[in-house]
Write a new protein. Structure first.
Lengths: 191, 73
């Protein structure tokens, strides 16, 4: 989600301001600008899921709808918008995971992921697992949990996460390393 | 973004996992023999705690492909 130019950022900031003032067309233009970013998030999120019940375009549409309800927010800049897109994407995926689990009343997990690098035959988790763990991490390192969420669910770069969280790049790098390691440890922990 | 209720290292305490995480985060500030001394001192005779911290340290040095494409490069 990197590579935006300064003029892009300025244009997006202007669109955010117009949208917050009630210009519906500004929101459409905004999404046109950021479609690539949001679609990339959706594709990456869904790529790891073996049993797809939602397609990237459907997820993008869901994110669009949910974001459109946030018009009253005091939007700051592109990074702020992407951070909200990350949060909305996280919630959409968690809702989807809940729905899928509800359908599988046998208790089996709907999503599995082969994980040969650990020597573990198969690791299994879905967005709800990640969400639950990040909530736990948030209790003892809220900053790291926020950084991991922005990176995992929003695809934000280290620099973008630093901008959103008003932290130095060095701090975000450090807490990304610890938060990511903790999440990886928990996701691959053998029962 | 929460950041309150944290110790000097920025990581809140409480709970075994939280303790292991805090020690892991602090251990990253040391290398080699210094890290070993730190861990020996902090984990004392608690092998479970030491194992958990070691596992986290291992994760921190692994390629992130261990969890598929969950994490951005």
């Amino acid at each position: 989600m990197t590579g935006s130019t300064e003029s892009d950022s300025l244009g997006i900031a202007a669109l955010l301001e117009r949208w917050s003032k009630g210009e519906r067309q500004a929101y459409d233009e905004l999404l046109t600008h950021l479609y690539g970013d949001i679609h990339a998030i959706a594709v990456r999120q869904l790529h790891r899921e073996r049993y797809l019940t939602i397609r990237p375009t459907a997820l993008v549409h869901e994110v669009y709808l949910r974001l459109s309800e946030l018009r009253q927010m005091q939007w700051q800049d592109r990074a702020h918008f992407l951070a909200m897109a990350a949060r909305v994407t996280r919630q959409a995926l968690v809702d989807e995971a809940r729905r899928r689990r509800a359908e599988k009343r046998d208790g089996g997990r709907a999503v599995t992921l082969s994980d040969t690098n650990l020597g573990v035959s198969e690791a299994a988790y879905d967005a709800l697992d990640v969400d639950t763990l990040l909530s736990e991490l948030h209790q003892f390192d809220a900053v790291a949990a926020d950084i991991v969420s922005l990176r995992v669910f929003g695809g934000l770069s280290i620099e973008e996460a630093a901008e959103v969280l008003k932290l130095s790049v060095a701090t975000v790098n450090r807490r990304w390393v610890t938060g990511k390691a903790w999440l990886a440890r928990e996701l691959t922990r053998e029962a | 973004v929460a950041g309150s209720g944290t110790d000097a290292g920025g990581v809140a305490g409480g709970g075994d996992r939280a303790r292991a995480y805090r020690l892991f985060a602090e251990a990253l500030n040391f290398e080699g023999e210094w890290r070993e001394q730190f861990l020996t001192r902090e984990c004392g005779d608690d092998p479970q705690l030491r194992a958990e911290v070691d596992a986290l340290l291992l994760m921190a040095t692994r390629d992130t492909s261990v969890t598929g494409n969950l994490f951005p490069r």
